[in-house]
Design a protein around this ligand. Structure first.
Ligand code: ADP
Ligand code: MG
Length: 234
């Protein structure tokens, strides 16, 4: 069964009398344990789409199912609970808590969930820091880390609650090209190791070539990229 199913998904933003048609009726599915990219220029609707999949903002119309749950009708509190259990997020500007160490940033989502004992929490945080290649930086605060290291901490934090789905909105936008490619490679490794589905967005065609499945957004319309098109960018 697909992890994400979108049918005729529409998102309009209304500010006063002005309506922006951000997403104009798109259909797609995302398989479990897949590695998927949404690519498109600035303003094409990438963040809008990821925010809907992440239950941060509901669609205007259409059907959207995540992990077998119809998320279009979830209220504010139900959506927050659903996110906490099923979805991890990685952001362009890392969004780490500046006063916490790398270790404490990764531990933070577990403290929100009652079921973890201090001992199991320690083991879980340690294993994610190791998996993300950042265990030797555990005691450093974000301002003592490079951009690539910060994003590794953010990836570890996104995975620490073992969500089925991780959404990363332009996770490489603030990184240089080679660091960006290493972060994408890390996400793919973690997909292989844990079976987590990774969905990321980018405006960089070279980064998109790293995904198994690529969807192209143009003015709120979506199409699946063919293998030939991807290879023409390599
Ligand atoms: P991308 O992430 O690809 O740059 P976005 O999803 O942010 O694109 O934006 C898609 C379109 O929707 C743009 O025209 C943008 O200006 C508009 N938009 C995004 N968020 C809002 C909002 N909260 N209110 C009004 N318009 C918005
Ligand atoms: Mg965006």
């Amino acid at each position: 069964m697909s992890l994400v199913i979108a049918e005729n998904l529409v998102k309009d933003y209304r500010t006063g009398d002005v309506v922006v048609h951000a997403i104009r009726g798109v259909d797609f599915t995302i398989d479990p344990a897949s590695f998927v990219c949404f690519v498109g220029p600035s303003g094409s609707g990438k963040s809008t789409l990821l925010n809907m999949i992440g239950c941060l903002d509901p669609p205007t119309t259409g059907r959207l199912s995540v992990s077998g749950t119809d998320v279009t009708t979830l209220g504010h509190h139900a959506a927050a609970a659903f996110r906490g259990e099923h979805i991890g997020f990685v952001f362009q500007d890392f969004n780490l808590v500046p006063v916490l160490t790398a270790y404490e940033n990764v531990e933070y989502p577990l403290i929100m969930v009652q079921k973890w004992s201090p001992q199991s929490r320690r083991e879980r945080v340690q294993s994610l820091l190791t998996a993300a290649g950042i265990a030797d930086q555990a005691d450093k605060r974000p301002d003592q880390l490079s951009g690539g290291q910060k994003q590794r901490v953010a990836v570890a934090r996104a995975l620490v609650t073992n969500p089925k789905l991780v959404l990363a909105d332009e996770p490489t936008a603030n990184l240089d090209r080679s660091t960006a490619l290493r972060i994408i490679e890390l996400m793919r490794q973690l997909r292989d190791e844990f079976g987590t589905t990774f969905v990321f967005s980018t405006h960089d065609p070279k980064i998109m070539a790293e995904a198994e499945v690529t969807f192209v957004l143009e003015d709120g319309h979506l199409r699946r990229q063919t293998r030939e098109e991807v290879e023409s960018h390599e």
